[in-house]
Write a protein that binds this ligand. Structure first.
Ligand code: ADP
Ligand code: MG
Length: 710
């Protein structure tokens, strides 16, 4: 009798490929992307069409110069967007925001109202656009707001376009918003991100003015971000039999697949047709929303893929990344797939990250990390680079904390992902320049001669850097890539921390320059920064054991686990950094620490609970029956021994669980260092049995099935 597991394999293998209707034009032919890109969002084009010209100009000032939107502007925009949304089939609107859980939240209101004669009408005003009041008590506040004073406000972010979310029978207008407590405390991920972008603008303005021979202010400086999103997709039939995947996003049990990724044949290999169709549908959905899905490819592991957008301003990129994640999940279900965004869904298989490509740009669109081709541009580049190195070196512990989560602990520092030590990779060309600058030599940046692969091929420009997959923070030609960010995490918090850290580095450089009257004050400040930050530069193999030792010798922080990493947020240095840069008050910072710690504890507890249930209700019965059936023989003895190992590990875990540890911090340490190793033992005992127990009896879909038969 085939069990549910075998049924799932049959189901997965017999699925048809779902195709979908690509958008077509009036002539019935498929439309080009640019014809429908952004058609479900109220972006600049639509505003220009639908707003009176003076209102449109005032809105542009809001976006380009950071001017606060006045009430008449909000009223006009509210009216225009309401008309547009209703034409498009919307019945409701919602403030769409990012509580500190790293997810998104929304509360829907209909446009329905009554006029003075009591007739039903649709109504949406500037006041409703600007602010709403969700029940803040249902979101984590990190102790900032006790439930009896649960007032919280969402506040429209006019720089991120409103968009239409499809619901099964209609549409909802989503208004990207920040989320604040009654006393103005940031309860979300967006407000600090916006403040950190202001910090960059302020500090970069200060530094670049000092570099200009005429003291000219460079205008507004923006942060640009392009997050590459890695994910797995597997057939939904398997997930239905794996509560661990559904609830925790990760398999808490499972022996390695016989092949895994050992043949290295998946990266850039051809994409399976079923997944290809899924990706195409994801992309079309994203294009409607104005999200620029640009690249798609296989990743290293079987069933692992990546999607990267074209970079844009950081807050918009953060909103878009949330839409990317939710679209992946939603569209996967239509294809009978499940998208796993967890950092490490399968042990022993490559994990998923979200490489955060990051740079800064002036108001003419010039990238501040473009080396440039004349001496003054070079000096600007060097000063910016030195500031980044200085900030990252001084606040490495904060950056490490910014990427800390229970899920990411399975990825960081394992032999495949950037280590938990924050260091910066510059590459040969740039290292030569930096070393010359440190020695006080005149530096010219040589972009390097073009490389030609073969006579028939066109010339390609050589990047200023080669690649280093082992670095958590790597320079990649004209941007940095913060590679240690986890795949399921919101990019807002790591982005916020990175901005604060770099702004702080730029402020320090500016302060040194301001205090120095000598003609080569800029270069000497650069030199000073480079020398101080020298220990954080590392181009070698970040996976090696020697690096861990060497980093320690260099005095670089190395927090191996989330509880250790988060403690950096309780240090005075972190409080000072966020206060100085006006990004978070001490209370707001404390709240971030507490919420993250709380999430760590909850997630570990949930997984241990899942593990116990799977072991008790599925694994033990299967192994017991098998041991009975084969008792006496060679297999029987193996099974008997395995069964005992599982029971011993199970009993030990139970014993530990009967302890109750008070206090979130102590609890986190206990979970991390006492319970998780015991859970790991239990898992290992079960995984060994998966290799011995009769295949027909094993209840859980195997790694092989999920990764290769989806
Ligand atoms: P790779 O995997 O080779 O690093 P991808 O093309 O997959 O390259 O991703 C690179 C990402 O970096 C893209 O999202 C791209 O838009 C982004 N990017 C490029 N230039 C910048 C920049 N100046 N600032 C921020 N992100 C950038
Ligand atoms: Mg990359």
């Amino acid at each position: 009798m085939p069990g549910p597991r075998h049924e799932a394999v049959k189901t997965a293998l017999s699925r048809d490929i779902r195709t979908f209707q690509r958008p077509t034009g009036a002539d019935g032919r498929p439309q080009r992307i640019s014809a429908f890109f952004g058609s479900r969002c109220f972006g600049a084009d639509r505003m220009r069409e639908r707003l009176p010209p003076d209102i449109f100009r005032r809105w542009q000032d809001v976006v380009e110069k950071g001017v606060r939107p006045e009430r008449p502007v909000a009223d006009a925009i509210a009216h225009a967007v309401k008309e547009w949304a209703i034409e498009q089939g919307a019945t409701h609107f919602c403030h769409w925001f990012h509580p500190m859980t790293g997810l998104t939240a929304e509360k829907h209101d209909s446009f329905l109202a009554f006029d003075s004669a009591g007739r039903a009408i649709e109504k949406f005003t500037g006041a409703m656009l600007i602010q709403s009041e969700p029940d803040a008590s249902s979101f984590p506040s990190g102790g900032m707001r006790s439930t009896f004073e649960a007032r919280g406000y969402t506040n429209w972010d006019p720089t991120s376009p409103m968009f239409l979310m499809d619901t099964p029978n209609g549409r909802t207008l989503c208004i990207p918003s920040a989320f604040l407590g009654y006393h103005g405390q940031a309860l979300d991920e967006k407000a600090p991100l916006l403040r950190s972008m202001d910090a960059i603008n302020r500090s970069a303005g200060r530094l670049l003015s000092l570099l200009s021979p005429t003291g000219e202010h460079p205008g507004r400086i923006t942060v640009t971000v392009g997050p590459e999103q890695e994910y797995f997709v597997i057939d939904r039939a398997y997930a239905a039999l794996r509560p661990d995947l559904v609830i925790a996003g990760r398999s808490v049990l499972g022996a390695r697949a016989p092949k895994g990724q050992s043949l290295e044949d998946h990266y850039f290999g051809s994409i399976p047709q079923r997944v290809q169709s899924f990706m195409e549908e994801v992309e079309v959905e994203l294009y409607y929303l104005g999200v620029s899905a640009k690249t798609r490819h296989n990743e290293v592991a079987p069933s692992q893929f990546e999607l990267a957008p074209i970079f844009c301003e950081a807050n918009l990129a953060a909103d878009h990344n949330q839409l990317v994640m939710s679209t992946l999940r939603k569209v996967a279900a239509r294809h009978d797939l499940i998208a796993l965004l967890h950092e490490k869904p399968f042990a022993g298989v490559n994990g998923s990250g979200k490489h955060l490509n990051w740079s800064m740009s002036d108001n003419k669109g010039h990238n501040l990390l473009d080396p440039g081709d004349n001496p003054s541009e070079n000096l600007r580049f060097l000063a910016v680079l030195a500031s980044i190195l200085l900030g990252v070196h001084r606040h490495a512990a904060v950056l490490r904390a910014s990427i800390a989560s229970y899920a990411n602990d399975y990825r960081l520092g394992a032999n495949e992902a950037p280590p938990a030590i924050i260091s910066v990779f510059l590459g040969d060309a740039l290292t030569r320049v930096v070393e010359a600058a440190e020695r006080g030599e005149n530096v010219v940046l040589d972009p390097g001669a073009p490389i030609q692969l073969a006579a028939q091929l066109p010339l390609i420009a050589r990047d200023n850097t080669d690649r280093n997959r082992t670095s958590p923070f790597a320079f990649t030609g004209n941007k940095f890539e913060f590679r240690a960010v986890g795949a399921s995490a919101s990019i807002s918090w790591p982005g916020t921390c990175l901005n604060a850290v770099v702004a702080d580095g730029m402020d320090q450089l500016a302060a040194w320059i301001e205090a120095d009257a000598s003609p080569d004050r800029v270069l000497s400040a650069v030199r000073r920064a480079l020398t101080e930050a020298a220990p954080v530069r590392f181009d070698g193999n970040g996976y090696s054991a020697e690096w861990v030792q060497e980093a320690e010798g260099r005095g670089l922080p190395h927090a191996r686990t989330t509880p250790a990493a988060l403690s950096a947020l309780r240090q005075q240095a972190a409080t000072d950094l966020f206060t100085r840069q006006k990004v978070l008050s001490p209370e707001e910072l404390r709240a971030r620490h507490d919420v993250r710690l709380d999430q760590y504890n909850k997630r570990v507890e949930i997984e241990i609970d899942l593990l116990l249930r799977l072991v008790d209700t599925q694994i033990l019965p299967a192994v017991e029956r098998d041991a009975q059936e084969f008792s006496g023989g060679w297999r029987g003895r193996q099974l008997e021994a395995g069964l005992e190992a599982i029971i011993a590990a199970r009993v030990e875990l139970n014993r530990l669980l009967s302890n109750h540890v008070e206090g979130e911090e102590a609890r986190a340490e206990w979970l991390c260092h006492t319970l998780l190793p015991a859970a790991q033992n239990l898992r290992a005992a079960c995984d060994r049995m998966e290799e011995i127990c009769s295949d027909e009896r094993w209840p859980l879909p195997s790694y092989y099935e999920m990764l290769f038969l989806s």
